[in-house]
Design a protein around this ligand. Sequence first.
Ligand SMILES: [Zn+2]
Length: 482
Amino acid sequence: MAYWNKCDLIIANALVVDGSGSAATKKDVAIDNDRLVEIGSLDGWMAEERIDATGLVLSPGFIDVHTHDDLEVIKNPTMDCKVSQGVTSVVAGNCGVSISPVYRSESMPAPFPLLGKPEEFSFPGIPDYREAFERARPAVNLALLIGHSSLRLNVMKETLDRPATDQEISLMSETLQRGLDEGSIGLSSGLDYPPAFAALKSEMVSLVRVLKDYPRAIYTTHMRDESDGVVDAVQETIATGREAGVPVVISHHKCAGPSNYGRSKITLDLIKTAQQTHRLALDVYPYTASSTSLLPRFIRNAEKILIAYSDPYPEFACQTLQEVADQWRCDLNEAAERLYPAGAIYFQMDEDDLRRILAFPSTMVGSDGLPTMAHPHPRLWGTFPRVLARYVRDQKLLSLEQAIHKMTGLSAKTFNLDERGLIRKGYFADLVLFDPKTIRDTATFEHPEQPARGISKVIVNGKVVWADSANTGQRSGVFLNH
Ligand SMILES: [Zn+2]
């Protein structure tokens, strides 16, 4: 009698794009419990369930390396905005603002409101956050960065508009070190925002240097300037990483404002040269509009600004700032100040820069989606399918294998997410099955909260969390630490 291997699930006849960048091949995949147990021809295997994936692509689940999902995974644990795109893991705590470790709950400066309300910052230590995460059982895996602005807020309270003293830096270093010991994967900064403007490069080098004792940790940065000073900011970032001796990821790289269009040629050249001697990567989202807090300083570099939410004037969501200013007979700055706390979408990038940055070999895909906004930027629901539809199928900027690598294998390697990001025997079964002919984003600036088309199934740690346009109710994500 023939000997049969048993497993939970077989996905047969899929075109497997394994996340490494190598060419797609037709294979069968066997999944048992939370792992990929065999790949290739599965003669002699039997399964509880079998999916015939003829005509579909099977790839590792997408890793959203740039998110602000810290609280979203707890408040909306089915995470439809992400799993509907094929995302199975998210990196949270970006741009200097992490929900933990923060021990303070009065009013909070921008951009903290993008994460949640002051009273929702209730995780003084990483273990507090991890416990809440595990209680919520989200559908996606999550790795957490510690925000530099969060550390500053804890130590410097109301006086964030000055450089930190040596004593404050050592207090921040202690908290960072404890957070890394307790499962955070690194440090993020948001030097373009009020809580961190005043931080000197030396403050950053001191803090980033803490990561050196953690060889798998990473520093990500929303740089000090993404518009007129973008070249200087790239240089500062490279110098910080180099002086600290720690790998760096430049977040959501862009050259914002019409007078800076085309400057990605300079920034990418700088990055390429620096990569010869230092580990440096970047991420990008596939849109020429950005989104963040509505602050007067961001206004001058945008061609058009849409209101994404306003606490005092919720009725203005989805109107332009110009329309609001016209109604109020005031200038844009005054309108922005009156609308605050508020968020906005800024049309301020050049398509050629975006294409150049996306095509750069060490660029990963990250959504930077902002789930708390009433009228969010469509990147929250559309990022990954948009790359596959617009930049792979329609424009042929990237091959399917290259694009998937930027969403999976490259991301897992850069962030040291073990045994994820590739379809390999023994790896975790985080997978997405999609139709390469029909996959596309449907989220738009007018109607941003729409699931993508063409995603057949999404599997997280061996469990199907999304199937045929709906979540299955399975929530099998885990907290990822080093
Ligand atoms: Zn940012």
